[in-house]
Design a protein around this ligand. Structure first.
Ligand code: NCD
Ligand code: ZN
Ligand code: ZN
Length: 346
């Protein structure tokens, strides 16, 4: 039985760091183990321009603990007013790694997102030209579409048509939650990849809803039925380089989660790698962990893998706080539903 595993240092290809006191509180949790992360731009107001991204990157760097080595890979929030020249300049300068598409109203802080996809085609065409990838929150927002079907319908009605209209556009389907999402990636050899979160590998909607409603498992896209979790796990452990880790660690103050109308998002950063090692171990696929956490993402983004390593060692149950302080609030750490035995060093 494997008791210790050394892998290249991981990256997180989908992360929410927020701003201010929350940024200060959560950044060390990611910087401790991850070398780089794709930083989501859904602040209030969102990170829309090159100037916004530069200022946000400075705030992240200023919040890093002494001695931490961590590189935020910035994204711009795509709106119907995004200026293709500003975006191209930000990409050419190496400031911005990708652009994020939120359908308007699909998720936390997505009000400034896209309603009419026709209006962003010129920007997408420019992105294809300059090789800037598009990260997508893949859910339709029509009231008539059931929340559990929104990803599959998005693929058919929005994503597939966009990809047909803009050949050469590299797309990352963020946080896929369904077999439909995994299949769509596998059927399309070119220019398409997907990130998968920890909560979608570990849990299904029963875990969230049976025996009481657990707000800390509520995220978007919402947890689906078990067969979808199984399809995601199969994709994650397949060794297929189009699937890689994007934790979507999305902190909200505890009071906003434990509320009449609970905010969407799971805060997994503090225990991300221990959760993943357990999940891969249970699936008999520890040998596929490094590809998923540390190799496939950089390859798709055209970046080198990290040179240094981390070591995962199996031992006594991991001790970690149930909540961490964030300014005058707390943020509740994701509950893995089981003791975690994998410890990460350094
Ligand atoms: C994210 C957040 O809180 O910003 N929430 C979530 O449930 N995943 C937004 C997102 O990634 O859709
Ligand atoms: Zn999202
Ligand atoms: Zn997210």
């Amino acid at each position: 039985m494997t008791q210790s595993l050394t892998i290249r240092r991981p990256d997180d290809w989908h992360l929410h760091l927020r701003d201010g006191a929350m940024l200060q509180a959560v950044l060390p949790e990611t910087a401790r183990h991850f070398a780089r992360a794709i930083i989501m731009p859904n602040l209030v107001p969102p990170v829309v321009t090159m100037a916004d991204a530069a200022a946000y990157r400075d705030r992240i760097m200023a919040a890093l603990p002494e001695g931490a080595r961590f590189t935020p890979l910035m994204t711009l929030y795509l709106t119907e007013e995004t200026d293709p020249d500003d975006l191209a300049a930000a990409h050419a300068a190496g400031l911005v790694t990708a652009v994020k598409l939120y359908p308007a109203g699909a998720t936390t802080n997505s009000a400034s997102g896209v309603s009419n996809f026709e209006n962003v085609l010129p920007v997408l065409e420019r992105m294809a030209e300059i090789g800037c990838p598009l990260c997508v929150h893949g859910e339709v927002t029509d009231r008539e579409i059931d929340i559990f079907d929104r990803e599959a319908v998005f693929i058919e009605r929005v994503l597939d048509p966009i990809r047909a209209r803009v050949p050469g556009l590299r797309v990352i389907m963020e946080h896929i939650t369904t077999r439909d999402g995994a299949d769509y990636v596998m059927e399309n050899a070119q220019d398409l990849a997907a990130t998968i979160t920890i909560q979608h590998l570990m849990f299904d909607r029963n875990d969230m809803l049976v025996g009481g409603m657990r707000p800390h498992y509520y995220c978007l896209p919402i947890l689906k039925r078990r067969e979808h979790r199984e399809a995601l796990l199969a994709a994650a452990i397949s060794g297929d380089s189009r699937f890689f880790l994007g934790t979507d660690s999305a902190p909200h103050p505890t009071h906003a989660k434990e509320a009449t109308c609970c905010a969407a998002g799971c805060f997994t950063a503090p225990i991300a790698l221990s959760c993943l090692a357990s999940t891969f171990e249970e699936a008999g696929a520890l040998d596929k962990l490094e590809g998923f956490t540390s190799l496939h993402g950089p390859a798709f983004y055209g970046l080198p893998a990290n040179e240094d390593t981390i070591t995962l060692t199996k031992g006594a149950p991991l001790e970690y706080p149930a909540t961490i302080p964030a300014g005058e609030h707390t943020v509740t750490v994701f509950d893995p539903g089981q003791p975690l035995h994998w410890h990460v060093t350094p």
